[in-house]
Design a protein around this ligand. Sequence first.
Ligand code: PNS
Length: 172
Amino acid sequence: MTPQSAPNGRVAVFPGSFDPLTNGHVDIILRSAHLFERVIVAVLVNVDKAPLFTADERVGIIREVFREYANVEVDTFDGLLVEYARQRRASAIVRGLRAVSDFEYEFQMALMNRHLEPTLETVFMMPAEQYTYLSSRLIKEVFHLGGQVQGLVPPLVEQRLREKSAAAGSRQ
Ligand code: PNS
């Protein structure tokens, strides 16, 4: 590895779908921003899934929520995560670990990513206890069925969910 391509020990990538951003994600991003010089929140542009929010909408929301954090950058990526991390010269992947149920999937991904790129470390972080049951999927389901998501997502996400649902309603 040439000095120019060496990863920067203080840059971390926090990858995910973020469809939508939850307060659990916000918690992990804040913890990472304390630990690393720069955190790149990398939104997966997933062509297979049909997300509720487009990649541009998800990026816009996260940028707005973290607009006052100079060391939090928001970007999109597709293809292999390790390749993206290499291009961005990141030395770590950050993932949130909520419960034992997350462990198997995260363990597989971390070891596969290590197999693909041994110099890239995966760092797991626990969110605050009140967010351990949160997931983007549950947020969408609860909101869709008329439940309260206040306090579980940033106010901007609540607003965008309401706008989506109003737009969907006006098309019916
Ligand atoms: O928030 P998510 O949906 O659990 O995030 C999953 C993500 C984006 C981290 C994972 O799907 C991923 O890294 N995708 C990129 C493709 C890739 O590198 N796959 C091999 C991972 S072992």
